[in-house]
Design a protein around this ligand. Structure first.
Ligand code: ADP
Ligand code: ASP
Ligand code: MG
Length: 407
C-alpha cells in the first residue's frame, strides 16, 4: 500500500518575510520540504511591521476605530504576504495556492480583534494538498457566523499554525522566527541568554503569558490541549531550535535548574481603586464589570482597609486601557488612579516546586539593586513582581545572572 505523505506546517513571522529577498528564501524552504516528500502547509504573518503601520493609519483617521473595521483592515496585511509567497513559489516551478483564513476554513467567535477559533473546516485545504500543491495560509484571521472577517489577537499567526497542525494531524508544527529558539530570557535584551533545548507546555505558557512574545499564548494552550509538538527555530539558519512538548525530560536523570527563564512585560498598566466599601461582593462587582468588557485582569492586590474602606490595585494590558477607563466611568469611580509607568518581571521554572526559598532569592536580587517591588503574584511555577518601568530591564538582567542562567 502507498504510504500516506506526512503533513508539515511551517509558520513564518513578520521579520522572516519582511522583504522580497526574504520571501524568496521562505519560498525555497517550503519547496525543500516539498521535495523531501512532505505535504506542505505554510502559514505567514504580515510583512515586517505592516500590522503596526495599519494600526497607526486607522488611528490617524479615527480616535477609536470600531473593532469590526479594524479586523477588516488588519487582515489585509497577511493577505499581501500569502499572495507574494505563492507567486514566489510558483516562479520556481512548483504548484501552490494561497488561502485566506476564511478559505482555509477558520470559523471563529465574534470577539473582533481577539477572536477564538471555534472550528477549522479543512476539506478545501486537504483537497489542495491532495492535488499536490503547496498551500499558503494567511495567519491571524478567520470568519465569524455573520460572515465577517475576524482576527485572533496580536501574534495570532502562531495560533493559526498550531490550529492547522492539529486539524491536519501534522506530526509537529515548525515556528520559524528571527531568533534561534526560545531563550532563558529575551536574547535581544540580554546577550548572555541561553537557548533552551526544550521546555514543557506549562513552562512555555507561563513564558508567553508573562511577556516573552516568541510564541502566542493561545498557540501554546492549543498545542497542549491537542498534543501538537512545537519546534521554534530560526528562519535564517538550519540549526535545531527549541522543542515545546510534554514530558521531554521524563527520562532525564539530571536535576532541572530551579529557574528556566526570566521574562518582562512593558505592556501593563496599574489601576488603583480607593475608598471601596469593605463588604462581600465589592470585588465581584468591580471585576465583573471588567470581564463584561472582555478585559483580562492580571495581578491583584487588596490593601488592608482603614475605616471600613478598602483599596484594590490591579493590572491590565495597555491596549485595554480605553475600555478600562469606560468601566471606571460607568461604575462612577471617582477615586481611581492609573499608572502607566510600571512593568512586570517574572521568573519561571518547574524546578521551583521542589526548591524552597526561590521567592526570597528573587526579592533579594531586586533589593540588592534597590529595585522596589510594588505588587507580587505567583503560580506553582512562576513568580511575578511589578516594578517601575524604568527599572524593568535592569531587573531582568540582575535576575538572569542572579539565578545563574547565563552561559
Ligand atoms: P515573529 O514575528 O516571528 O512572530 P516575534 O517578534 O513575535 O516573532 O517573536 C520573536 C521575538 O521574541 C524575538 O525577536 C525576541 O526579541 C522576543 N523574545 C522575548 N523573549 C524571548 C525568549 N525568552 N526567547 C526568545 N525570544 C524572545
Ligand atoms: N500580523 C499580526 C501581528 O503583527 C499577527 C502575527 O504576526 O502573528 O500581530
Ligand atoms: Mg509572533
Amino acid at each position: 500500500m502507498k504510504e500516506k505523505k506526512q503533513i508539515i506546517v511551517m509558520k513564518f513571522g513578520g521579520t522572516s518575510i519582511a522583504d522580497a529577498p526574504r520571501i524568496k528564501k521562505v519560498a525555497a524552504r517550503a519547496i525543500d520540504a516539498k521535495l523531501a516528500g512532505k505535504n506542505v502547509v505554510v502559514v505567514v504573518s504580515a510583512m515586517g511591521d505592516a500590522t503596526d503601520r495599519l494600526i497607526d493609519l486607522a488611528k490617524s483617521v479615527c480616535s477609536e476605530p470600531p473593532r469590526r473595521e479594524m479586523d477588516m483592515l488588519l487582515s489585509t496585511g497577511e493577505q499581501v504576504s500569502i499572495a507574494l509567497l505563492a507567486m514566489a513559489i510558483k516562479e520556481n516551478g512548483h504548484e501552490c495556492i494561497s488561502l485566506t483564513g476564511e478559505q482555509a476554513g477558520f470559523i471563529t467567535d465574534d470577539s473582533y480583534s481577539n477572536a477564538k477559533i471555534l472550528h477549522i473546516k479543512s476539506d478545501r485545504l486537504l483537497k489542495e494538498l491532495k492535488s499536490g500543491k503547496i498551500v499558503v495560509v494567511a495567519g491571524f484571521q478567520g470568519k465569524n457566523i455573520h460572515n465577517d472577517i475576524t482576527t485572533l489577537g496580536r501574534g495570532g499567526s502562531d495560533t493559526t499554525a498550531v490550529g492547522l497542525a492539529s486539524a491536519l494531524k501534522a506530526k509537529y508544527c515548525e515556528i520559524y522566527t528571527d531568533v534561534d529558539g526560545v531563550y532563558s530570557t529575551d536574547p535581544n535584551l540580554v546577550s548572555e541568554a541561553v537557548k533552551l533545548k526544550s521546555l514543557s507546555y506549562d513552562e512555555m505558557m507561563e513564558l508567553a503569558s508573562s511577556g516573552a512574545k516568541v510564541l502566542h499564548l493561545r498557540a501554546v494552550e492549543f498545542a497542549k490541549k491537542h498534543n501538537v509538538i512545537l519546534h521554534v527555530r530560526s528562519s535564517f539558519n538550519d540549526k535545531e531550535g527549541t522543542w515545546v512538548m510534554d514530558d521531554f525530560n521524563k527520562d532525564d536523570k539530571m536535576e532541572r535548574p530551579v529557574i528556566t527563564a526570566v521574562t518582562y512585560d512593558l505592556n501593563q498598566v496599574k489601576i488603583s481603586v480607593f475608598e471601596l466599601e469593605d463588604r462581600p461582593g465589592v470585588a465581584a462587582d468591580l471585576f465583573g464589570s471588567f470581564a463584561a468588557r472582555n478585559i483580562n485582569i492580571d495581578l491583584i492586590v487588596q490593601n488592608v482597609s482603614e475605616k471600613n474602606l478598602a483599596a484594590i490595585s490591579f493590572t491590565i494590558k495597555n491596549e485595554d486601557l480605553p475600555q478600562g477607563k469606560k468601566v471606571l466611568e460607568e461604575l462612577g469611580q471617582k477615586h481611581a488612579e492609573i499608572d502607566t509607568a510600571i512593568a512586570k518581571v517574572s521568573i519561571i521554572g518547574a524546578g521551583m516546586q521542589t526548591h524552597p526559598g526561590v521567592a526570597a532569592r528573587m526579592f533579594g536580587v531586586l533589593a540588592d539593586r534597590k529595585i522596589n517591588i510594588e505588587m507580587i503574584s505567583t503560580s506553582s511555577i512562576r513568580i511575578s513582581c511589578v516594578v517601575r518601568k524604568s527599572k524593568a530591564k535592569e531587573a531582568v538582567k540582575a535576575l538572569h545572572s542572579g539565578f545563574g542562567l547565563k552561559v
